[in-house]
Design a protein around this ligand. Structure first.
Ligand SMILES: Cc1cc2nc3c(=O)[nH]c(=O)nc-3n(C[C@H](O)[C@H](O)[C@H](O)COP(=O)(O)OP(=O)(O)OC[C@H]3O[C@@H](n4cnc5c(N)ncnc54)[C@H](O)[C@@H]3O)c2cc1C
Length: 251
């Protein structure tokens, strides 16, 4: 409607009626083709994300044209065992995995020790949590809700579906792209990493996989994609373990 308004002498109510009775596919296609992007800023998408690390959410919130609400480490205690993400490189190495899990156990003990000591001094609840969380690692699992408009999402996918982006945010971006494609297929038809539509902006840091990426995203365009990362792992002794075993885009 925002785009139609730009080009129409009609009043808003008649415009709305016309839009509701006529297929808008062709018009939206034309907008995307000519790059008239401000109308798609009126279409926003909300995602509820869990099972990602704080390392991932930190990268996510660098995208400023969005709204975020994240589970608090002040109001939510991790005393009963924090969840954490295991990178696939570590999961695939038995020795590293033992080391990693031991470290997570130690971090948990340190957290609980600090909370206990602060409690003894009368500092309880969020007062204790907010300082004890300093010993929690980047791997700690988080939950976040975010809302982005379609234009920002195109930008986000362009950057974060790129093979140069870190595997975790890349997988998350990819899952988000699959979701929005189902509800707004025309807007996101050609969406994906930059190299799908233009020369790689990474230049000397080019990953060398443009052909493979074009093939993968080309498949999505034709609606043949079946690849969905399941994103769950086993469980460790104390803390719950989340994270992908083998996603589509892991190195
Ligand atoms: C592969 C990769 C590696 C990265 N490595 C690092 C790193 O080593 N260190 C690091 O700090 N970050 C790093 N980043 C994060 C990156 O620098 C950006 O902060 C992040 O990707 C958000 O992108 P953005 O600023 O374009 O977008 P958004 O915040 O999503 O904004 C969208 C667009 O709006 C415009 N915009 C938004 N805010 C402003 C503003 N204040 N002024 C002018 N224009 C604005 C810009 O055109 C911007 O592109 C990396 C990102 C990627 C994808």
């Amino acid at each position: 409607m925002a785009a139609r308004l730009c080009y129409s002498p009609s009043d808003i109510w008649s415009l709305r009626e016309k839009i509701e009775t006529k297929d808008q596919r062709e018009f939206v296609e034309k907008l995307m083709k000519i790059g008239h992007m401000s109308p798609i800023e009126h279409a926003s998408f909300t995602f509820a994300v869990e099972g990602i690390s704080r390392a991932c959410s930190h990268q996510l919130v660098r995208h400023r044209l969005a709204s975020y609400s994240q589970q608090s480490q002040r109001y939510v205690s991790e005393e009963t065992g924090f969840d954490y993400i295991i990178p696939p490189t570590i999961r695939g190495d038995k020795e590293l995995m033992t080391f990693y899990e031991k470290f997570m156990d130690e971090a948990q003990q340190a957290y609980n020790h600090i909370v206990k000591k602060l409690n003894e001094k009368g500092k309880k609840g969020e007062i204790a949590n907010q300082d004890a969380r300093f010993v929690l690692p980047n791997a700690t699992e988080t939950k976040i809700m975010l809302t982005m408009n379609a234009r920002e999402l195109l930008h986000f996918f362009r950057q974060r579906c790129c093979f140069r982006a870190q595997w975790e945010i890349r997988e998350m971006a990819h899952q988000m792209l699959l979701l929005v494609k189902t509800v707004a297929p025309i807007i996101f038809e050609k969406s994906g990493p930059a190299c799908v539509n233009e020369p790689c902006p990474e230049r000397v840091m080019y990953c060398g996989k443009a052909r493979e990426i074009k093939r993968i995203y080309g498949r999505f365009v034709k609606g043949k994609n079946k690849a969905v990362n399941k994103g769950t792992g086993g469980s460790a002794k104390k803390s719950k373990v989340l994270g992908s075993q083998k996603g589509l885009f892991q190195e």
